[in-house]
Design a protein around this ligand. Sequence first.
Ligand code: LLP
Length: 425
Amino acid sequence: MTEPTLPGHPFIAYHEGELCVEQVRLSALASTYGTPLFVYSKAAMLSALAAYQLGFAGRNAQICYAMKANSTLGILQVFALAGCGFDIVSGGELARVLAAGGDPAKVIFSGVGKTRAEMRQALQVGIGCFNVESIAELDVLNEVAVGMGLRAPVSLRVNPNVDPQTHPYISTGLKGNKFGVAHEQAVETYLHASRLPGLKVVGIDCHIGSQITETTPYLDAMDRVLDLVTQVEAAGVPIHHIDFGGGLGINYNGDTPPAADALWAQLLAKLDARGFGQRQLMIEPGRSLVGNAGVCLSEVLYLKPGEQKNFCIIDAAMNDLPRPAMYQAYHHITPVRPRKGEGTLFDVVGPICESGDWIGRDRSLQVQPGDLLAVCSAGAYCMSMASNYNTRGRAAELLIDGDQVHVIRQRESVFDTFQLEQLPV
Ligand code: LLP
């Protein structure tokens, strides 16, 4: 008998009482590779991508994976081979794209603080587009490009002032955020860009936030962006492509974001209705491509009953899974081999010396020391945000493809964590 998949996690399911990623048992992986351990399903990533591809069938559209969500080379390769471009935010991310075999012509470079060195690096390899966020940045990019005898392809990231109805730390499209060019200043900023000899205006883009679970903010942002395209083109600056950013949410805890193809059916209907259906389109999804393709496996170290709280202390911590500490984020936690019987309420915490080091609060679990837990929705913004705090080496990462196990990142040793340091005497 096959038990159900984890909610929101295709390809991660219980078989014969044990949690498996595709055809591989998690307990076998824990004994071979140790814990904490990130385990990703390649099929889950490709099926998340397929929803976007279906949504864009027959359209002139480029999907640029926002690699900040998970930038491990083995993950980038999956998307590069599937034809994706990449949304990057640093020269480091660009180096990763190249190391993974990605096509620089399909790279868009976002971010408010690109350095001259990063601009030079990106121009040298011929990236597809710089998403520029201010007049000051336009001027510096122009200077760098002229110095190299090149013209930099640019798009302006505009701030549509739309509330994405998500956590304030991951909302980016409102006035008062550091991101983007204000809607009111967009036309004059485009005119400024069009007069600079080292720049070539190619597009417009917006990104209003992350973990968005409603369609309306996207529709509103699209209206605002299309209004601007009309105004900018009327002022004499042609816009070749329109980039609608990323931000589509995933199911962490009963969240019900629209499916990518359903969302895009609505957005494309609006584009068509407003006469923009033939434009080259770009999107920058991150979380929705990888978030629910992975779990973090962790072993229960100790149970510590208390008067007010019971603690379940596991070997993964906020350095591996920073989202609960940073955003009070919810990650579902489930035993790899569920035991029979009533659960007890636990706060699931890590070994780090901070009260903020919690992974889940008030979770009903039936567990014993030595049991394995899977922290769900761990494919996005976990490993890419992991640190060495408390001198903890970062976890290993595995990519599962059917019954094949690929180690895509080895466990970091303690030596790795201090090898760049030197004693002063
Ligand atoms: N494009 C731009 C310009 C972005 O700033 C972002 C995310 C994305 C695309 C991808 O958004 P996504 O599809 O992944 O929502 N660390 C936070 C999320 C920060 C997102 C930052 N920007 C978290 O763990 O929730």
